[in-house]
Design a protein around this ligand. Structure first.
Ligand SMILES: [Zn+2]
Length: 338
């Protein structure tokens, strides 16, 4: 047992698709470039379409069917409804159109079920599950194992029957659910925003520890320190919200708290929800990490020594800062495992 196995599970669709609006594909392109530079010998795997099967491991059937329908609608066929979110008190009748169902499946106005977004969500979910399967197999014999699954749209805001925050399917949660078949799992979310979807999926599941380091704020109704797990899983959710403007001096202690908590949980696997919006030029400056700080993040997280699957979450489209942060992150990881 002295081998290191590195691989990526990349959908060509996700790698090359121009996603709409704010779903910046630079998170994928920058991550792939940095990963391939840091690990030139990594295996390149391609996921198979699965008709929504992976998404069903976390999401409700009616929601998955809605997304599948969205993927088949012609470009421009949907008139996206503005200003309506079908809160329970508002809803009197079942919606009768795709646009109507849209109001009950997304919690904000910025997330729009375009054909590209739905298609990307389906293949990203499949890649997350298939990447997790491959990682679990690899980890049986390898000393170190790393699987990158570039995902677009991102996933960490998506709940079982509700998407939002540009997220449709909860990719990190889908990977974690698959890995939890063969051991305890930690999901660590270092996107600037709270991983409310991942938390929601596993809140009452004692086999998966969910940790999120984020700026106080979005999505405003979750992400607080007192959310520590449901009655069936006390102590298995850790939120580390940081005040607006926090730099790495304030971030580093939260990271160490997360790493100590992971070590105590005695996890078999790690899923890392990797965003770059904590970088100071991104995400409205809510957090102020320098790109070089991502190198420390890579080194410290790799230092856990756990078989790890990485999904891609937020960035704000500024290719240069995303690319530099990603390069530092994976170089740091590679140095740690050298
Ligand atoms: Zn974010």
């Amino acid at each position: 047992m002295s081998t290191t196995v590195i691989a990526e599970m990349t959908s060509p669709y996700v790698e090359h698709q121009e996603f709409p609006d704010l779903v910046y594909p630079t998170s994928v392109t920058a991550t792939l470039a940095a990963f391939r530079e840091a690990f030139p010998a990594a295996a390149r795997l391609v996921p198979e379409e699965d008709g929504g099967a992976a998404a069903l491991s976390v999401h409700s059937r009616d929601y998955v069917d809605f997304v599948k329908e969205g993927s088949r609608r012609p470009e421009g066929a949907t008139k996206f409804p503005l200003n309506v979110v079908a809160l329970p008190e508002l809803k009197v009748s079942e919606p009768r159109t795709f646009e109507g169902r849209h109001t009950q499946y997304f919690f904000d106005e910025i997330t729009r079920a375009t054909p590209a977004l739905c298609e990307g969500a389906l293949i990203s979910a499949a890649a997350s599950q298939q990447g997790a399967r491959r990682l679990a197999e690899t980890a049986q014999t390898a000393e170190h194992a790393l699987m990158l699954v570039p995902t677009r749209p991102p996933g960490h805001h998506a709940l079982p029957s509700v998407g939002g925050g540009l997220c449709v399917f909860a990719n990190a949660a889908i990977a974690a659910r698959e890995l939890s078949r063969s051991g305890r799992v930690v999901v660590l979310d270092i996107d600037q925003d709270h991983g409310n979807g991942t938390q929601g999926v596993f809140y009452d599941d004692p086999s998966v520890l969910t940790i999120s380091i984020h700026a106080e704020g979005w999505p405003h109704v979750a992400g607080f320190a007192e959310e520590t797990g449901g009655p069936g899983a006390p102590g298995t959710n850790l939120n580390l919200p940081l005040p607006t403007g926090t730099g790495f001096d304030g971030y580093a202690p939260a990271l160490e708290t997360a790493l100590e908590t992971i070590a105590r949980f005695e996890a078999r696997y790690l899923v890392l929800a990797l965003g770059y919006d904590a970088q100071r030029e991104q995400g409205f400056g809510l957090l102020r990490l320098d790109s070089e700080d991502f190198g420390v993040l890579g080194r410290r997280i790799a230092g856990l020594g756990l078989p790890t699957l990485v999904t891609t979450e937020g960035c704000y489209g500024y290719y240069e800062s995303t690319a530099v942060a990603a390069t530092h992150f994976f170089q740091g990881w590679a140095e740690q495992w050298r």
